[in-house]
Design a protein around this ligand. Structure first.
Ligand code: EPU
Length: 346
């Protein structure tokens, strides 16, 4: 491995974000180890360059060019640790492809992340938004992350509690730029119960007796369900769910229910989580498209770059959707992907 990463200038990022919007990085490096990461960060600091850490580029929107250093995390490696009885810890380098890791664990017979099959992105990005699907969230099995704490320059280990996980949320979202995740540890088991409660999954697996199901069967079911509903970013550029499912209090849910009897909501510990897809769908956006961008015709929560759209085209559409949902339902949708380089700096 080279001592320090190659420095590229004026580097095009279109192929490195799943919305495929054009954006240039003034400087760009790929780092394959924690020491290369430190070198890249020192290089940026000495030249007073802002930095952006990039994983799979599946949860961000470039609203313009990035005028500093983009560091793409390419730290690889998968290994098992503490294999005891039915349990084992799977350690993943931050640059490992998430879906490949899911299949790797499921093929080895280990349970815990099979419901998270086909989520685009890297292992290192997964804790940031606490990826979740089909009744499972990453925080259900994440043991710890190793991260570079940029305030001290030291590698630290943060355990599950310290990561302050919540729905699509974590410590890392609240301390932007402070931690760069280099490795994650997942606690998996060969005999814990499979999570089959999500309706789509139950319907898909209805003919399969639970006792005969292996984690790979569940991963394959999730893949089939996702392929039916969600566009493959390799073919149709998108960034997954564009908004979080909003949580409202019970009184607001009941008031909404009186006006819209078929509203979709799920009771939570505090309040009711509404299906943002339903709100957007009911506001008439499903399948909408203009010349460049649009809304997926099978899942209204997914915005699509149909034909040469820019990040600003996507954000303008998101804004229109948010306004119309607010007007119709009085509910404010929060965007899920991060926005890089706002209009004022682009
Ligand atoms: N619905 C509509 N219209 C649509 C799509 C869905 O009315 O166009 C309704 C459905 O009837 C359903 C409800 O909305 O009752 C929920 O839909 P779905 O089960 O597809 O899940 P979701 O809440 O829209 C969440 C995650 C997805 C994840 C699925 C499955 C968020 C923001 N999104 O979507 O995550 O795959 O559940 O667990 O929580 C992602 O984060 O990128 C992502 C795809």
């Amino acid at each position: 491995m080279k001592q320090h990463p190659e420095i590229r200038e004026n580097f095009e990022l279109e192929a490195l974000n799943t919305l495929h919007v054009p954006a240039r990085a003034r400087f760009y490096m790929e780092v394959e180890s924690a020491s290369q990461l430190l070198w890249a960060l020192d290089w940026a600091a000495s030249g007073q360059q802002d930095t952006l850490i990039l994983g799979g580029g599946s949860n961000l929107v470039f609203a313009g060019d990035f005028r500093g250093l983009v560091i793409r995390m390419a730290i690889r490696g998968r290994r098992w640790e503490r294999v005891v009885d039915h349990r084992a810890t799977l350690v993943l380098g931050a640059g490992e492809n998430w879906h490949d890791a899911v299949l790797y664990a499921a093929r080895a017979g280990y349970r815990g992340i099979e419901n998270l099959a086909l989520i685009p992105g890297t292992a290192g990005a997964a804790p940031v938004q606490n990826i979740g699907a089909y009744g499972v969230e990453l925080c259900d099995c994440l043991e710890s992350v190793t991260a570079l704490d940029r305030t001290t320059g030291e590698l630290v280990t943060l355990d599950n509690g310290e990561c302050r996980f919540a729905y699509r949320d974590s410590l890392f979202k609240h301390t932007p730029g402070r931690f760069v995740i280099t490795e994650i540890r997942l606690g998996l088991s060969r005999n814990k119960p499979l999570a089959l409660g999500y309706r789509d999954l139950q319907e898909y697996l209805v003919d399969m007796p639970e006792s005969e199901l292996a984690p790979l069967d569940v991963a394959e079911a999730v893949m089939a369900i996702r392929r039916r509903k969600l566009p493959d970013p390799a073919i149709i550029p998108n960034a997954g769910s564009f908004f979080k499912n909003p949580v409202v209090d019970l009184a607001q849910f009941e008031a909404l229910g009186a006006q819209h009897p078929d509203i979709v909501g799920y009771r939570q510990e505090h309040g009711v989580k509404l299906a943002a897809a339903w709100l957007i769908d009911q506001s008439g956006w499903k399948g909408f498209r203009n010349a460049r961008v649009g809304v997926h015709n099978r899942q209204a929560l997914v915005l699509i770059n149909h034909s040469g759209g820019s990040g600003r085209d996507i954000l303008a559409l998101a804004e229109e959707i948010r306004d119309s949902v607010e007007k119709k339902f009085g509910v404010i949708l929060e965007m899920e992907p991060g926005i890089v380089a706002g209009p004022e700096s682009a």
